[in-house]
Design a protein around this ligand. Structure first.
Ligand SMILES: *Cc1c(COP(=O)(O)O)cnc(C)c1O
Length: 471
């Protein structure tokens, strides 16, 4: 298995060669040369595997340069009942026949990103011990990525985390979850700006190849391919849990921001998992819904980016979207490079008159958007009908997913966070606060550790220079 760049400018590399970085040298994203195809015999054999065994089968298709026994051990250490709250890891909750919620949010930070990030932490550590190298992780977060990365990397030797977040834009719970970490290898940097400013700084630093090399900069944001791989597993797990036989198709509803989660669903489908529709749900920041309904991909400016009650989806460009467009164009790297040279300057590209726009349907994609009012109504409605409490992001997925529900096709809505993280909106919807899982009762009152910086790559480079591990 080799990896190439969506923009065509990277010689084929192995998994561990792309593991520690996100972007290819040409600015594109790493992607497998071809997707592994799962036979119907394999699919039958996988149906009754537990999460760890299934994860090994899926992940080893993408990772062939870590010895199998080591990979198996890393996966077993990652997906434990202790870390993820129960032995199923991603339990399926059936609201009524044909309508399910796949619970992805039982990890340490109560959001689905833990599923990928916990694996990434262990893979990084394994690789760094092997090479004797060190790593300074630079990341951008709109909330959940940051805490999930920090909880995955805290205390790990040879790793430091520099996490940029938009000052004052995360929920109190999310902020407290990150900033209360006192580990010496964790650096919280609040940026005067929005999430995309943070993401732009990460890109700018990563594009400074000399700095990146000297300071051993790596990334963990959703462009990291290993994260996509880890997320593919639960599409298979959810499929098996919601069906009796492999002749059935299912649809997934996915609350989307950076297109990382649904990109994993796209890859699962390309591998041969019987997915009928991938239903993409956005919030008011509907750049992706706009693309799938009009064919125009028009990144927003930071001032156009809205601060919403599903804040982990507050994006104006979706970094992983480039991987899908690469497949949509039949892997035309030259075309992708051309479109993204415009996107990187904040410009749009327009497929509305191209046959490619209709082809998005052949890939199973449908889309819709939600807003604060529909989100609140959905939370209330799901609670009234099923006595199940969902968070604001999951509600966006449920709202859009239910609108496309078809008789005879199980709909699996991905739960991307627990309601306890967004208690203000829950209070608004049902009149009381959600219960907090044990250990989170006093979170906002803990002492916080963070610095505030301007949105300027130079300033951040200087900070990293001062605090990074010096070889
Ligand atoms: C990150 C996140 C999303 C969006 O996922 P993408 O992979 O960026 O599309 C949705 N909901 C929650 C709670 C998240 O943390």
């Amino acid at each position: 298995m080799h990896y190439i760049s969506t923009r065509g400018g990277m010689p084929p590399k192995t998994f561990t060669e792309i593991l520690l970085s996100g972007l290819s040298p040409d600015g594109g994203l790493a992607i497998p040369e071809t997707y592994p195809k799962i036979t119907s015999v394999e699919l039958s054999n996988w149906r009754n595997l537990n999460y760890q065994a299934l994860a090994f089968e899926v992940i080893s298709r993408f990772v062939d340069d870590i010895p199998k026994d080591d990979l198996r051990r890393i996966i077993q250490q990652t997906y434990t009942a202790e870390i993820f709250g129960n032995a199923d890891i991603t339990p399926l909750k059936t609201l009524e026949p044909g309508l399910h919620i796949l619970g992805l949010s039982n990890g340490p930070t109560l959001a689905f990103k833990d599923i990928a990030m916990q694996l990434l932490g262990n893979l990084f550590q394994y690789q760094l011990i092997k090479t004797g190298d060190e790593l300074n992780i630079l990341g951008a977060t709109s909330g959940d990525t940051g805490s999930s990365a920090e909880y995955a990397m805290r205390g790990k030797q040879g790793i430091r985390v520099f996490m940029l977040s938009p000052l004052g834009k995360m929920s109190r719970f999310q902020t407290a979850q990150m900033f209360s970490l006192q580990d010496e290898n964790i650096f919280n940097i609040a940026i005067r700006g929005v999430f995309d400013d943070c993401q732009d700084i990460v890109k700018a630093v990563s594009n400074d190849h000399a700095f990146k090399k000297d300071h051993r900069i790596g990334t963990v944001n959703s462009i990291n391919w290993a994260r996509i791989v880890a997320q593919i597993v639960y599409y298979f797990k959810g499929y098996f849990a919601a069906t009796q036989t492999n002749d059935e198709q299912v649809s997934f509803a996915v609350p989307s921001g950076n297109f990382g989660n649904i990109c994993a669903g796209h890859v699962a489908r390309m591998m041969g998992l019987p997915i009928k529709h991938l239903i993409l749900a956005t919030n008011e920041n509907d750049v992706l819904d706009e693309f799938f309904s009009t064919g125009i991909y028009r990144p927003r400016t930071t001032t156009e980016t809205k601060h919403t009650s599903s804040p982990s989806m507050d994006i104006s460009k979706a970094s992983n979207f480039e991987r899908f467009i690469f497949d949509l164009t039949d892997r035309n790297a030259k075309q992708v490079a051309q479109w993204w040279s415009a996107v990187d300057l904040g410009k749009a590209f327009d497929l509305s008159a191209s046959p490619l726009f209709h082809k998005t349907k052949d890939f199973g994609f449908l889309s819709g958007s939600s807003n604060h009012a529909t989100r609140i109504v959905t939370i209330r409605d799901i609670y009234k009908r099923y006595q199940v409490l969902v968070d604001t992001h999951t509600a966006d997925g449920l709202k859009v997913g239910q609108a496309y529900r078809e008789a005879g096709v199980p709909l699996i809505c991905l739960e991307t966070a627990l309601p306890a993280k967004f208690s203000e909106s829950i209070q608004e919807a049902i009149g009381f606060e959600p219960e907090r899982p044990a250990g989170f009762e006093n979170l906002e009152n803990l002492p916080q550790r963070f610095v505030i910086k301007d949105s300027d790559a130079k300033v951040i480079k200087a900070y990293i220079n001062e605090h990074s591990i010096k070889p």
